[in-house]
Design a protein around this ligand. Structure first.
Ligand code: SAH
Ligand code: SF4
Length: 389
């Protein structure tokens, strides 16, 4: 484990200008490099024809080192879901997922290699923390997604429902740019606070400072690190907060989310409501439904009571069992009743779509498969495995 090389995405625009000046070049070259990276999604000197050939190699070597090497790429859902496994400069592996819908493109990024929070149902949690990602390593995952979208031909659009009335209306064409970013890949974003905030700024700053994605379209998902949520409020950002609750009571949550032994359900929810009040944004309460563990009707009612009247929305996630896990997803009827009971309390609730399931879509599963750290079968049968991109 070692520090990743410095990259322009680690720096604010003014700092990039200073760095370029220190390298003996005029400051505006920083803007040119930034446009190549954040608007054309390239870090290849040969693409930078507006820079003198003599300075391209030096500037790109110093400010645009390649941070991610493609280790594996898997696709499913008629190419609408693409999972990318990256090797970092020190060999650490992280993954990101690009999901194309008819009206948006969502990129799920990793914020750490591994995770130290130890949630027993999560593949990433089993492996422990390797290291924090740098701001640029996080941003680079989104830039890679943008590049993939730019290069993809028209033939890989998401599966679309045929129009109801004889084909008069065409289904909308999915955007060709990443519209949403969720910090729901490997790692606990708020345990890598500084670099994640840097990434939020770089993703949302307008070109050439950053990628220009609206902060409202970014979601930071946390296991519930209360002081970090409070610190996030002070940043005065407008990102969406997702809180991985998984149980409404401390007894179950202590087991499912070990950090609950430090910050209890009531404290986590209080912090969530503070965030909602400060930002005006609805907090997303994530709840992985695990058969006979946290899916009892009384837990649905308790959750409904706790959330009722608050700016919250429940996102139920059918558990994606990790290889060798003793736990599995809830029975369909149980899941339906859980949804109904929450809704009966007047709390908005949705069940997350299970995009990418057949390509080890859940948190950390692809990396666990590749490194062989997981127990059980190396790869579930039927998993498409494509050669390196
Ligand atoms: N560490 C952060 C963000 C990454 S995990 C967090 O925990 O919120 C992203 C989401 O995937 C979390 O809600 C997490 O609880 C959920 N998750 C992890 N493993 C899962 C699994 N096997 N099945 C379903 N959801 C899972
Ligand atoms: Fe870490 Fe999130 Fe997985 Fe828990 S669920 S181990 S916090 S990545």
């Amino acid at each position: 484990m070692s520090r990743p090389p410095r990259h322009l995405a680690d720096l604010e625009l003014a700092e990039r200008r200073e760095a370029v000046t220190e390298l003996g070049e005029r400051a505006f070259r920083a803007d040119q490099l930034s446009r190549h990276y954040f608007a054309r999604y390239t870090d290849s000197p040969e693409d930078m024809t507006d820079l003198p050939a003599g300075v391209r190699a030096a500037l790109t070597a110093q400010l645009l080192p390649r941070l991610l090497t493609s280790e594996q790429e898997l696709t499913c859902d008629n190419n609408a879901t693409r999972k990318m496994l990256w090797r970092l400069h020190d060999g650490a592996l992280v993954e990101s997922v690009l999901m194309k819908y008819t009206d948006r493109v969502t990129m799920c990024v990793s914020s750490q290699a591994g995770c130290g929070m130890g949630c027993p149902f999560c593949a990433t949690g089993q492996a422990g923390l390797t290291r924090n990602l740098s701001t640029a390593e996080i941003v680079a995952q989104v830039v890679a997604g943008e590049r993939a979208l730019l290069l993809s031909s028209g033939g890989d659009d998401p599966p679309q429902t045929p129009p109801a009335h004889g084909g008069a209306t065409r289904p909308p064409i999915p955007p060709r740019r990443v519209s949403n970013v969720v910090f729901m890949g490997m790692g606990e974003p708020l345990a890598n606070y500084k670099n994640v905030i840097g990434a939020v700024r770089r993703l949302s700053d307008p070109v050439p400072a950053g990628l220009g994605i609206s902060q409202r379209s970014l979601t930071v998902s946390t296991v519930g690190l209360v002081p970090a949520i409070q610190r996030l409020i002070e940043e005065k950002l407008t990102v969406r907060l997702a809180v991985s609750l998984h149980a409404p009571d401390d007894e179950a949550r202590d087991e499912l989310v070990p950090v609950n032994r430090r910050w209890k359900v009531a404290e986590v929810l209080d912090a969530a409501w503070e965030y909602a009040a400060a930002t005006g944004r609805r907090v997303s309460i994530e709840y992985a439904l695990i058969r006979d563990i946290n899916d009892q009707p009384w837990r649905a009612d308790l959750l409904g009571q706790l959330l009722r009247g608050h700016l919250a929305h429940v996102n139920l996630i059918p558990l994606n069992p990790t290889p060798g896990s003793k736990w599995t997803a809830s029975r369909p009827g149980v899941q339906e009743e859980f949804v109904r009971r929450i809704a009966d309390h007047g709390v908005p609730v949705t069940v997350r779509d299970t995009r990418g399931r057949e390509i080890d879509g859940a948190c950390g599963q692809l990396a666990a498969t590749v490194t062989g750290r997981s127990v059980g079968p190396a790869r579930r049968s039927g998993t498409p495995l494509l050669p390196l991109a």
